[in-house]
Ligand binder design. Structure first.
Ligand code: B3K
Ligand code: ZN
Length: 872
């Protein structure tokens, strides 16, 4: 069995000091000549074998220091090349291999996307380009020469700075790029093709002038302006907030149409999925604009957290990913609204990471074993990784956190390092012990924090009892107690913050309880009247919170809490309790429903709240959250019905008010992706969606908005509302949408996603018809994920149909796609992670579909790894 363990980590016996690559790029076959300057590390046994990684390479020549190797001096197989007894000194290993990018449907290594040659190397793609020590702790400088036909590939790009270019005979030309910063092979990149571009410049604080360019398919140049604007703001922000400047003279971004992931932070040459670059008001939504801004920032921030300081091994992936997500979250918070960003991030965490943590694929942010590293680019490594960094910042305070970060850059620049080294800089800079904190990195699972309170009027004492519990996860039956920062406040009967004289029984800072033990009993003295506690403000830790608060307490918080996150949370909690109750078949708590309706009405009317906040507040928790709260024997259809009924009960009485607000929020201003406009559209479209459910006139309103919209945000919001609810005109609107934007693949993705999310019974057969169309692009990850990924992850009722048809459709799709692109297949399959929680009929149907898939003997390592863990 091919399992890799963290405990087995050892440095390679040889170092690669520098790399000289010569690419002869041509249709069908590309030849790569590599000259690797290699030396034994200290302590390496003289003549110890040198084992290089290599996959799908055809070796044509091999030499050491210019002398060809005899056959008995090396061995090559499907996974690599071994030089049996290399010199016990520095030497140059030269290989010539041929590769075929045109047949590379895995999209790892060098491949072709719409005629452009491009690369994706993280994590293990470089070994599909040449023989190499393809692991992140081998850092070398790279010089890259590329030759190609001048007409087919007028643009030739690689990492670093351009040092030479020129014309050759036979219509060929060449370019030479040099990257002075030693880097691991996963950051290597190359692009060759016929591309358009936009350019700009940025001058760093210390006066370095950086040439910026975004390359794209011809005709899309104007759609790159927002990405460029986002890039310049990101560069300025990293200087201001973290003191980090850019370090090369050029920064290039290339947008390609076929890409397994969102984007890639290759040194000086970021390669992007084009959906995260292109934007214009007619075809991109506000959410698209925000996403582009976020990902451009994220990849740029990797230049310091990922590239200058990289990971020692792939177990440390969250060292760069969690930290960089934290940094991009902070960027968006500073550029836009901090509280709105926090709520959206928590929504993402709860919908993407919490289910992972609660299911068969649960793993710690820093795993200690893997079979296929591609399966660990997960919400846990990314989003939970960011939460862990955020907790550090919360516990140390902004200044203490910054001191640690400064030390991190100072101490580890140029290194491939570990989570231990990361924690150590915060310990050293702040003189604290983070030994217990480290548990967050090492253990999977979402802790449950339970709080209850009592008040004694006579002695004016208030008691809070708090405890933590983390359920077992696969391979981790025992859980240690964690350090949990619980930001909090007490609110008095008049709605104002309330103080106390003394507190004992726990670690309480001004506005934060730090729970370190299994439980704590805190006594606050001098508390004049019974307060309502506001707990876990700003979602100060990634936990599930259970309290003894009544529905009235929550409604009180929704009105009075000074923490916007908890105001939002309080409303959600009231709704959650009502849905859970309804699913359990309990009689409806009419008083609470009325009160929630009134609170929603107040929220809508409140002039001190901004529109984006209201858009998030005027909602009920999503169905999957309800399912997880119920926890076992879940019936997604029953949840769907209960939630819809509650939406009607809460928002039905408000339809007139909502319509008035909807009309008032209309705007004639020309589209701009500003925070103000975005918030306004978000609220207006939220109201429209609510009316589709809660008012008989809603469907007509959506259709009307669809037809008259002047930007994609409004048009798409109407399409989603109609399409998901599958209103009477949904099919007509979808048909119009498809025709209106025929020829724009990114808009086609939107169309696919709405089709996939329709909640009616007919959805599955419609998806099958779309997929079976011979013209459907069966190898493009964006198309596949928009259709089948959206179905498996975003249509819980139809995916989990009791007859098992949804499950079977997805496993059959996975088996088919797996033969061409294992990464896409494995990712779609993770949609099954909720199966153990389902009620018996659905659970059995899911299990059967998975077991049938397992009978397939040719599954990729990616898919069989997910499948094996899924079945436990
Ligand atoms: N580091 C890349 C992810 C590459 C994924 C490979 N399966 C993008 C990012 O997180 O910035
Ligand atoms: Zn990243």
């Amino acid at each position: 069995e091919h399992t890799i363990y963290l405990k087995d980590y050892a440095p390679t016996p040889y170092r690669i000091v520098s790399v000289d690559l010569d690419f002869k790029i041509a249709p069908d076959t590309t030849r790569v000549r590599a000259q690797l300057t290699i030396e034994p590390r200290e302590g390496t046994e003289p003549g110890a074998p040198l084992a290089l990684d290599g996959e799908e390479l055809k070796l044509e020549e091999i030499a050491i220091d210019g002398a060809p190797l005899v056959l008995s001096a090396y061995a090559a197989d499907a996974t690599g090349l071994t030089v049996i007894a290399p010199p016990a000194r520095r030497f140059v290993l030269e290989t010539l291999v041929s590769i075929t990018p045109e047949t590379n449907t895995k999209l790892m290594g060098l491949y072709r996307s719409s005629d452009v040659w491009c690369t994706q190397c993280e994590p293990e793609g470089f070994r599909r380009i040449t023989y190499y020590l393809d692991r992140p702790d081998v850092l070398a400088t790279f010089k890259v020469r590329m030759t190609a036909d001048e007409t087919l590939a007028p643009v030739l790009l690689a990492n670093g700075n351009l040092v030479a270019r020129g014309s050759l005979d036979n219509g060929q030309h060449f370019a030479v790029w040099e990257d002075p910063f030693p880097k691991p092979a996963y950051l290597f990149a190359l692009v060759a093709g016929d591309l358009g571009s936009i350019t700009d410049t940025y001058t760093t604080g210390s006066g370095r002038k950086v040439d910026l360019a975004i390359y794209c398919a011809h005709g899309k140049e104007e759609q790159c302006a927002w990405a460029m604007d986002s890039l310049k703001r990101s560069m300025a922000w990293d200087e201001k907030r973290f003191g980090r400047e850019y370090d090369l003279d050029v920064f290039n971004i290339v947008a390609v149409s076929d890409f397994n992931f969102g984007a890639m932070e290759n040194k000086g040459l970021n390669i992007f999925n084009d959906r995260l670059v292109f934007a214009k008001p007619e075809t991109a939504t506000d959410a698209d604009y925000e996403n582009i801004e976020r990902v451009i920032a994220h990849e740029y921030f990797h230049n310091w957290t990922g590239n200058r300081i990289t990971c020692r091994d792939w177990f440390q992936l969250c060292l760069k990913e969690g930290l960089t997500v934290y940094r991009d979250q902070e960027f968006t918070s500073d550029e836009r609204s901090r509280s709105v960003k926090r709520i959206s991030d928590v929504l993402t965490l709860r919908s993407a990471q919490f289910p992972e943590d609660a299911g068969p694929l649960a793993h710690p942010p820093r795993p200690d074993q893997y079979r296929e590293i591609n399966n660990f680019y997960t919400p846990t490594v990314y989003e939970k990784g960011a939460e862990v960094v955020r907790m550090l910042a919360t516990l140390l305070g902004e200044a203490g956190f910054r001191k640690g970060m400064d030390l991190y850059f100072e101490r580890h620049d140029g290194e491939a390092t570990t989570i231990e080294a990361f924690l150590k800089v915060f310990e050293d800079a702040n003189e604290v012990d983070l030994g217990q904190f480290k548990t967050w990195y090492l253990e999977a699972g979402t802790p449950k924090v339970t709080v209850s309170d009592t008040y004694d009027a006579e002695s004016q004492t208030y008691r809070l009892s708090i405890n933590q519990e983390t359920a077992p996860t696969p391979g981790q039956p025992e859980k240690a107690d964690r350090v949990i920062p619980v930001a909090f406040g007490l609110i008095g009967p008049n709605g104002s913050p309330m103080g106390w004289k003394g507190v004992s029984g726990g670690e309480v800072r001004e506005d934060m309880i730090v729970l370190r033990d299994k439980s704590a009993e805190m006594t606050f003295t001098g508390v004049a009247s019974k307060p309502v506690p506001s707990l876990l403000r700003g979602f100060s830790a990634p936990v599930n919170l259970a309290t003894n608060l009544t529905q009235n307490d929550r409604l009180f918080l929704a009105q009075h809490d000074s923490d916007p996150f908890n105001r939002w949370q309080a409303l959600q909690d009231v709704g959650l309790a009502l849905i859970v109750d309804a699913v359990a078949g309990n009689e409806a708590d009419e008083a609470a429903i009325l009160a929630l309706s009134a609170a929603m009405s107040d929220t809508l009317a409140n002039n001190s709240l901004d529109d984006a906040f209201k858009a998030l507040a005027l909602n009920l928790p999503d169905e999957q959250l309800v399912g997880r709260t119920i926890g076992k024997d879940v019936d997604p259809a029953a949840i769907h019905t209960a939630r819809k009924a509650l939406l009607k009960a809460v928002f039905g009485p408000l339809v007139d008010r909502m319509y008035t607000a909807y009309a008032t929020l209309a705007s004639e201003a020309p589209y701009a992706p500003t925070t103000e406009q975005t918030g306004r559209r978000a609220l207006r479209n939220r109201l429209m969606a609510l009316m589709v459910t809660a008012s008989p006139n809603g469907p007509a309103l959506a259709a009307d908005q669809y037809r008259h919209a002047t930007n994609m945000t409004d048009r798409f919001a109407a399409l989603v509302a109609a399409g998901v609810a599958w209103t009477a005109d949904a099919a007509a609107l979808l048909a119009d949408f498809r025709l209106r934007f025929a020829g724009d693949p990114l808009v086609f993705d939107k169309w696919l996603a709405v089709n996939a999310r329709a909640e009616d019974e007919g959805v599955l057969s419609r998806i099958e018809i779309i997929l079976d169309d011979p013209a459907f692009p069966k190898n493009n990850p964006n198309r596949l994920r928009s259709l089948v990924g959206s179905f498996a992850m975003g249509n819980p009722v139809q995916f989990t149909r009791a007859d098992g048809a949804g499950f079977r459709f997805v496993t059959q799709f996975v088996a088919d796609v797996d033969t061409r692109n294992p990464q896409v297949a494995a990712r779609v399959l993770t949609g099954f992670r909720i199966w153990p929680m389902l009620e018996a009929t659905r659970r059995e149907a899911a299990r059967e579909a998975l077991v049938t898939l397992k009978e397939n003997e040719n599954l990729s390592r990616n898919t069989s790894d997910i499948l094996a863990r899924m079945l436990g």
